[in-house]
Ligand binder design. Structure first.
Ligand code: FAD
Length: 461
């Protein structure tokens, strides 16, 4: 094994948590190395956030084309087909641009790049592919996550795909069953339905995307069923049987469903392979960290999906930044997740920040106020043929503190940032309502929902 160099900080994993940590540490003057076994950008850029949104946009374009006639736009010979080679090629082009961009950023910040599988040996050095060693004062483990393989008989089958497989598929399956109606299941289910698959989502809980507010998930369920997606809830899958031409998905106490392919979207689990020979405290398959992102082993930090706290790219960005600052300057900055939004990129989009109504009632009893505004009364949404969904605001009754904001509707993923800012800055309901919003904008639905908390919304009958 060849000793390469000594560093202030060594990062294992070049996804959102790892690459941000490496760059931030370098910005702070540290000598930094990063080890990546695959392609920089991690799950998010290669097989997650970005490629999935390229697919979603295709579906959105087709929806617009389908609605065009109702707006007086005549498209003649309106047969729409997908050239999947080209769909995948376009997606790959976007991914390539971004992943090479990350690598270029690392280089421009003077970070040394090592390629291969990194793990920690008992001396707390980083070993790469059992060939190279680097020594570092501090280590940042950012190995991310991988697909959770649930132990159901028959699940290991070529026709059972992960989201990684699905995003490279050159043929759209005629029928596809999505096992798990979480965020990834809902997003990928919708995208493939848009590409022409008959999609059935099978979910164990009584709602899809069950961590969201009940009113929102009810509306999402209604709207995506309208697109022809079948949703089976409270359904426990017990076995997958390969019938040759089709898969049979057996469900406890119910009729089976049949499909050409299945997407396994039960969830993701931290990838702990980089932990090597050092003993860390773990909890249900996650590496434990404190608010500084430090593990039970002093000087070793673990930001991002690997700690399983909230498996989202923007959370990984922040955790990576905080881990780097603490590694270089001593523990001083903590991660606060109050203003971190959660988003489902369906059509329409869903986004939330803060507490759901059920959580707010559990914490505050009935001492809360709720405001709501439908996009069907929003001028911009109507003019854009995108008037589905609503904004729901939950506030504390006494001080007008904002407890949660929930949006289903056009550009929800963009709009939610306003709510994140409002909550981060502790802006109260009447302060929001004092703000002048531009007209006509989708954002006015947020304004009106806040005004409705005070019973002051003018555009509600
Ligand atoms: P990862 O992105 O998993 O990166 C870990 C990196 O470490 C990888 O590059 C891996 O190759 C490398 N690595 C691991 N072990 C080693 C080792 N031992 N040696 C060397 N390298 C190693 N989040 C959002 O916020 N918005 C979205 O819209 C969104 N959409 C998603 C869609 C899908 C289909 C999926 C699967 C995920 C999506 N996510 C989304 C989640 C998001 O991708 C993750 O939260 C994010 O990528 C986590 O970043 P990370 O750096 O912690 O881990």
């Amino acid at each position: 094994i060849r000793l390469e160099d000594n560093y202030n900080v060594a990062v294992i994993g070049g996804g959102p948590a790892g690459y941000v940590a490496a760059i931030r540490a370098a910005q702070l003057g540290a000598k930094v190395a990063i080890v990546e076994k695959g392609v920089f950008g991690g799950t998010c850029l290669n097989v997650g956030c970005i490629p999935s949104k390229a697919y979603l946009k295709n579906v959105e374009i087709v929806e617009h084309i389908k609605h065009a006639a109702s707006r007086g736009i005549i498209i003649e010979n309106p047969e729409i087909k997908f050239d999947m080679e080209k769909v995948v090629e376009f997606k790959n082009g976007v991914v390539k641009k971004l992943t090479t961009g990350v690598e270029a950023l690392l280089k421009s910040h003077g970070v040394d790049i090592y390629r291969g599988f990194g793990k920690i040996n008992k001396n707390k050095d980083v070993v790469i592919d059992d060939k190279q060693i680097i020594k570092a004062d501090k280590i940042i483990l950012a190995g991310g996550s991988k697909v959770f393989m649930i132990d159901i008989p028959g699940i290991k089958n070529d026709k059972v795909l992960t989201s990684d497989d699905l995003l490279g598929l050159k043929e759209v399956p005629e029928t596809m069953v999505v096992l798990g109606g979480g965020v990834i299941g809902a997003e990928m289910g919708l995208s493939f339905a848009g590409l022409g698959s008959k999609v059935i989502i099978v979910e164990m809980m009584d709602h899809i995307v069950s961590m969201f507010d009940d009113d929102i998930t009810d509306e999402l369920t209604r709207l995506i069923k309208k697109k022809g997606i079948e949703i089976v809830t409270s359904a426990k899958v017990t076995e997958v049987v390969d019938k040759g031409d089709k898969l049979e998905i057996k469900i406890e106490g119910r009729e089976s469903v049949f499909a050409d392919k299945a997407l396994l979207a039960i969830g993701r689990v931290p990838d702990l392979e980089s932990l090597g020979e050092v003993k860390f405290e773990t909890e249900r398959g996650r590496i434990k960290v404190d608010k500084y992102m430090e593990t039970s082993v002093k000087g070793i930090y673990a930001p991002g999906d690997i700690n399983g706290i909230k498996m989202l790219a923007h959370v990984a960005f922040r955790m990576g930044e905080v881990a780097a600052e603490n590694a270089v300057k001593g523990n001083h900055r903590s991660v606060k997740l109050l203003s971190a939004p959660s988003v489902v990129y369906t059509l329409p989009e869903v986004a939330m920040v803060g507490l759901t109504e059920a959580q707010a009632r559990e914490k505050y009893g009935d001492d809360i106020r709720i405001g709501r505004f439908n996009f069907s009364a929003n001028g911009r949404a109507l003019a854009s043929s995108e008037a589905e969904g609503f904004v729901k605001v939950i506030a504390d009754n006494r001080y007008g503190e904002v407890l949660g904001v929930h949006i289903i509707g056009p550009t929800a993923a963009e709009l939610i940032t306003q709510a994140s800012l409002i909550m981060e800055m502790e802006i109260t309901v009447d302060e929001v309502v004092n703000t002048i919003y531009g007209h006509p904008t989708y954002s006015e639905a947020i304004f009106e929902a806040f005004a409705d908390v005070l019973d002051e919304a003018v555009h509600i009958p």
